[in-house]
Design a protein around this ligand. Structure first.
Ligand SMILES: *Cc1c(COP(=O)(O)O)cnc(C)c1O
Length: 393
């Protein structure tokens, strides 16, 4: 039975819908609309669509639904709504679940666009947002109050790799009646145990490890049917953030291999972290799988891994970091993550360029910090490339 399948079987067969042709590989239903047998059938479907009946691709599409069912089965949630990007998922979930007068508590260490949605968009509609140091449980306790509708955080923060205790924050939030919304990109769906640890809504940018080969944008909001098929779907289907069927098909094929890819990437990341820790050109190697990481034990308990990303603090600031980046031969200078190709990013001057200096400092985004997303290349080649570039600094 599908309910008994282990994760790797779910990733290959979950959510499958076969057409009358019995295709092996999932069909790409590249269609915005669907034909009805009669006017009365159209009326009936608009009144209430059955579980596998579709009206318009902004509401749902068979290829998109297959992706939603497959990722929900993996994550262990009742339902999922696929979105055009990770940010469409974050903004959609936050807008769908709050209204004027509500209060939201969020961890300060967030992706720049997430901060924009919280601090600018929600605030404009009368939602009060309190930002806290997500690793400080007392700060969460002090911030949560009766009007707190939800808490929001990245379970592992981008780019400084702070790990936030999902179970402990969920306990605090649930005691106040607040929903726990987790942006779980860095944990990946493979290592995620977010739901058993207390997350109510789990969000992924599918652009990252789910596609895994840097081709398409996408996202997904996962959670209980009552919420996802209720306020989330209603908001998303009327505001137009739907995932394209073509991108859903790419993501489906990505899910088939994600377990193998992400485990190999995490293993290589751990080897790189161990090989580079102590290098003279580095002030610090930040990797949640290294015992020197402040939340090493939490990362082991929460994800069972250090993940596929590390952050290197190059001694000597921006000039030294730039010399390191420019000396790389295999690792690309770019800004995606979770890709088959290893990618190095200088957050202070690119992804987090627009933050005020004080904010960068508070988030650990120093001039020497380089984020490294580990790909699928041979680990020895990557270690040689990184070591040679560090020697050149
Ligand atoms: C990339 C990313 C997003 C946004 O995803 P897009 O697909 O680029 O819109 C949100 N949160 C985190 C943690 C990310 O890394």
């Amino acid at each position: 039975m599908a309910e008994d399948w282990r994760p790797r079987t779910r990733l290959v067969h979950g959510g499958a819908r076969r057409s009358q042709y019995g295709e092996v590989s999932e069909a790409l239903h590249l269609t915005q609309g669907f034909v009805y047998d009669s006017a009365a059938a159209a009326e009936a479907r608009f009144r209430e669509a059955g579980p596998d009946e579709f009206i318009y691709a902004r509401y749902g599409n068979p290829t998109v639904a297959t992706f939603e069912d497959r990722i929900a089965a993996l994550e262990g949630t009742e339902a999922g709504f696929a979105t055009a990007s990770g940010m469409a998922a974050v903004a959609g979930a936050l807008m769908a679940l709050t209204r004027a007068g509500d209060h939201v508590v969020a961890s300060r260490a967030l992706f720049g666009s997430c901060l924009y949605v919280l601090e600018e968009v929600l605030a404009r509609f009368g939602v009060e947002v309190t930002l806290v140091d997500g690793t400080d449980l007392d700060a969460w306790r002090a911030a949560v109050r009766a009007e707190t509708k939800l808490v929001f955080f990245e379970s592992v923060s981008n780019p400084a790799l702070e790990v936030i205790d999902i179970a402990a924050v969920a306990e605090i939030a649930h005691a106040a009646g607040a929903l726990v919304v987790v942006d779980n990109v860095f944990a990946t769906p493979v290592f995620s145990r977010a739901v058993p640890q207390g997350a109510d809504i789990v969000i992924y940018s599918a652009t990252k490890h789910i596609d895994g080969q840097g081709r398409t944008l996408g996202g997904v909001i996962l959670g209980p049917r009552e919420i996802v098929r209720g306020p989330v779907e209603t908001y998303m289907k009327h505001t137009g953030g739907a995932l394209s069927p073509f991108n859903a098909w790419v993501m489906l094929k990505g899910l088939e291999t994600i377990d193998l890819r992400v485990r190999a990437q995490a293993e290589t990341a751990a080897r790189i972290a161990a090989a580079l820790e102590g290098h003279a050109a580095l002030a610090r190697v930040i990797y949640p799988g290294l015992p020197s990481h402040p939340q090493f034990e939490l990362a082991q308990r929460q994800m069972g891994t250090g993940g596929t990303l590390l952050a290197l603090e190059v001694a000597g600031g921006q000039d030294a970091a730039f010399r390191f980046l420019d000396a790389l031969g295999i690792v690309l200078i770019s800004n995606n993550l979770g890709d088959a190709k290893s990618i190095a990013t200088h957050p202070a001057t690119t992804t987090h360029q627009r933050l005020a200096e004080a904010q960068k400092a508070a988030l650990g985004i120093t001039p020497g910090l380089v984020r490294l997303s580990v790909g699928l290349e041979d680990p020895e080649d990557l270690i040689a490339d990184l070591s040679r570039a560090l020697d050149a600094v």
